[in-house]
Design a protein around this ligand. Structure first.
Ligand code: ADP
Ligand code: GN1
Ligand code: MG
Length: 369
């Protein structure tokens, strides 16, 4: 963990925490931020947990705007949850303010930190253990989109420009191949060819948007399975987390990003590609949950294009991992030298598998129209 001790201790002293800090551990498997679980002992009240994160400034170059987005969205969700008789402390993220009242703290090294109430009695999964959990996460991600369907999209900052502009990402990829700063391109020629042969996939949604066939909505944009907390008792999706990339986007991409991660039969970084495939059973469960969760808001065209969302997001993510490998692993956290390459390979294996299962993928979503 790169966050240095002094920096973290400084941050901890600048949030509105109560009680005595009794434990702090690195937490979760996110690829972007440095996440810690803090435990405080509050007099006779016992132990209370909080999440502390050092935001990744390499990825998010305007953390203040990012936190403005998050405060806006979570306050809005809080109201909706209260209206519906839900529990606003568990069903949305809640920002714990810094001692000066701001939703972040800038430390003396220039890094930005934030804190959230810890969502208790819930788990974020990296692999599906019980298939029903994937149905429940589809329902919750669909419902998230429904809850935000009237959110004023023009108040949201674009925290990462062109985040799911796959065609623009393809151009950046080509540049990385050409510049080849690490001298790694020669050994990954097959993977590079795989990306370049599918230029049409990269351009697909840009064209749909330009022709007005599909609407921009307020979407999550990072719907992977470990960005949802599943209640330990009921097995239901309790809270959608990791709201860094909530921005105007496409419903198909929220569907697709969840499929590329959660419907895979193996981990995102599995080295044995024989283990990697897109499970049609899991795909169907998520599709059913997501369409139900959106509750009639998706147009027929959007439903028809859900399988394309899965293919585009998987292709895009593979291309992003490969770009990062070529650029010297500057974006995603890695835990071994060829980690990003292994990740890229699983994504391309999944794209190939989806291409083979295309008819089945399209007929499954038709059932839920
Ligand atoms: P990253 O952008 O690095 O993925 P996340 O915000 O997704 O960061 O946090 C990383 C992990 O920390 C999540 O996958 C989840 O396991 C855990 N986590 C984050 N926020 C909370 C929270 N409020 N309550 C419980 N666990 C959380
Ligand atoms: C990152 O933050 P995390 O780990 O939930 C990334 C996603 C990728 C994903 C691949 C802000 O998600 O876009 O799809 O890794 N988030 C950002 O696992 O780039
Ligand atoms: Mg995350």
């Amino acid at each position: 963990m790169k966050a240095i001790r002094a920096q973290k201790a400084e941050a901890i002293n600048h949030f509105q925490f109560e009680g005595r800090l009794v434990k702090e551990i690195p937490f979760g498997n996110g690829h972007i931020n440095d996440t810690f679980l803090l435990t405080f002992e509050v007099k006779k009240m016992g132990k209370i947990k909080a999440i502390l994160q050092r935001m990744n400034q390499n990825v998010f170059n305007n953390p203040i705007e990012l936190m403005e987005n998050i405060v806006g969205v979570t306050s809005y969700l809080r109201e909706k949850i209260i209206e519906q008789g839900g529990d606003p402390e568990r069903e949305t993220l809640n920002v714990i303010p810094a001692t000066d009242g701001k939703p972040y703290y800038k430390d003396s090294f220039g890094d930005y930190w934030r804190s959230y109430i810890f969502i208790t009695d819930a788990t974020s999964y990296d692999l599906i253990e019980d298939p029903d959990i994937f149905y429940e996460s589809g329902l919750a991600f669909g419902n998230f989109q429904k809850l935000l369907s009237d959110y004023p999209a023009d108040t949201l900052y674009e925290v990462i420009e062109g985040f799911h502009d796959t065609a623009a990402r393809l151009e950046r990829f080509k540049k990385a191949v050409k510049e080849d700063v690490m001298g790694r391109a020669a050994e990954v020629q097959d993977e590079i060819r795989f990306v370049l042969e599918r230029q049409d996939v990269a351009e697909f949604f840009g064209k749909c948007l330009a022709s007005g066939e599909v609407p921009l909505r307020v979407t999550h944009n990072d719907t992977k399975l470990n960005n949802i907390m599943i209640d330990n008792k009921s097995g239901k999706g309790v809270c959608v987390i990791d709201l860094d990339t909530v921005m105007p986007g496409l419903a198909m991409n929220d569907f697709g990003d969840a499929i590329r991660f959660g419907a895979s039969t193996a981990a995102e970084d599995e080295k044995d590609l024989d283990k990697v495939s897109c499970s049609m059973e899991l795909y169907e469960l998520f599709a059913k949950g997501f369409i139900e969760g959106c509750d009639g808001r998706l147009t027929d065209k959007e439903i028809e294009l859900l399988p394309m969302g899965a293919k585009v997001m998987t292709y895009e993510c593979g291309m992003r991992f490969l770009t990062d490998y070529l650029e010297g692993d500057k974006y995603f956290k890695i835990h071994r030298p060829e980690h990003n390459l292994d990740r890229a390979r699983t994504q391309f294996k999944l794209v190939k598998d989806m291409e083979a299962k295309w008819d089945e993928m399209t007929s499954i979503v038709e059932k839920y129209r």
